[in-house]
Design a protein around this ligand. Structure first.
Ligand code: PBG
Length: 317
């Protein structure tokens, strides 16, 4: 009898997390005939995270890094899971000791979606409209353009937010296009927002897979799944974020993409939570220099920021 490999994949239980994890499983089966011959050898282990459990407060208040990853990292270090599937947007710039992220799937749409029954765009929202979002980044970029708009905290998974929007709790909300696409719900978007209107979060639209640094088998399973274009761009974005000590608390946005001719282009911004003081920067150069360029962009913005950029009013820290 040949030994059947056993791969346990950890994930959050939200419908989006599950869709992403099923995509990873399907790609593993497609890339490895020995797994395809015994598909039951891949087990999906659902793990609840702090970010899933606490639904009544803004993400920035629950605080800190790794809100959607900590419990999953612990399960991996304990040996309860071998791989973990994460939205790159939710992965802290510094990984726990012993965990690495060697693989990213091809990036989905990076844009944010505007969802609104009464207006076709942010510009068309009525004076004083209420927009629900849990994201300081989205709220701050809206306020930067439309200071009259009231931004309120809006938590919960995609389905919950759509229900609240339908019930009229808010006039509009914003969600990642990537999440809607992966859930087969792109038709729920009123329109995608142009990146010059709403710069995405670092890592938005990308799915990353972690494993233990010393787990050679997992490295082998993951190697054929990695999309180098996505990996290089998101890795560069994360160098920018790291310079700014980014977390849910700090409205930071950044997007790196390849120019198709061996080069990379990056745009990044920081803004106060109330929408004032928006600072932007851009870089372009050879792909091989992507991390250095984005690191330098982060350094530039960090030097221009006063400490209040990193403090959410009334929440300390
Ligand atoms: N913070 C939750 C989260 N993490 C990743 C996504 C969307 C998918 C992605 O950006 O890859 C979402 C929901 C959202 O922002 O609408």
């Amino acid at each position: 009898m040949t030994k059947t490999p056993k791969i346990r994949i950890g994930t959050r239980g939200s419908p989006l997390a599950m869709a992403q994890t099923h995509e990873v499983r399907d790609r593993l089966l497609a890339a490895h005939p020995d797994l395809a011959a015994a598909p039951e050898s891949i087990e999906i282990v659902v793990i609840q995270t702090t970010g899933d459990a606490v639904l009544d407060r803004p993400l920035s208040e629950i605080g800190g890094k790794g809100l959607f990853t900590k419990e999953i990292d612990e399960a991996m270090l304990d040996g309860r899971i071998d791989l973990a599937v994460h939205s790159m947007k939710d992965v802290a710039t510094v990984l726990p000791d012993g965990i690495v992220l060697p693989c990213m799937l091809p990036r989905e749409d990076v844009r944010d979606a505007f969802l609104c029954p009464s207006a076709a765009s942010i510009a068309e929202l009525k004076q004083g409209a209420v927009v629900g979002t849990a994201s300081l980044r989205r709220g701050a970029q809206i306020k930067a353009r439309r200071p009259d708009i009231e931004v309120v905290t809006f938590r919960g998974n995609v389905q919950t937010r759509l229900r609240k929007l339908g019930e009229g709790q808010v006039d509009a909300t914003l969600l990642a296009m990537a999440g809607l696409n992966r859930l087969g719900m792109a038709d729920k978007a009123t329109a995608p927002l142009a990146v010059d209107e709403m710069l995405p979060a670092v890592g938005q639209g990308a799915v990353g897979i972690t494993c233990r640094a010393d787990d050679e088998a997992s490295h082998r399973w993951l190697a054929p799944l990695n999309c180098a274009d996505t990996f290089d761009c998101v890795t560069a974005e994360r160098a920018f974020l790291k310079r700014l000590d980014g977390s849910c608390r700090t409205p930071i946005a950044g997007w790196a993409r390849l120019d198709g001719q061996g080069g990379v282009v990056f745009d990044g911004l920081v803004v106060r939570p109330d929408g004032t003081g928006l600072l932007e920067t851009s870089r372009s150069g050879p792909r091989a220099d992507a991390v250095a360029l984005c690191d330098d962009a982060g350094r530039e913005l960090a030097a221009s920021c006063t400490p209040d950029y990193f403090t959410v009013p009334g929440q300390g820290g």
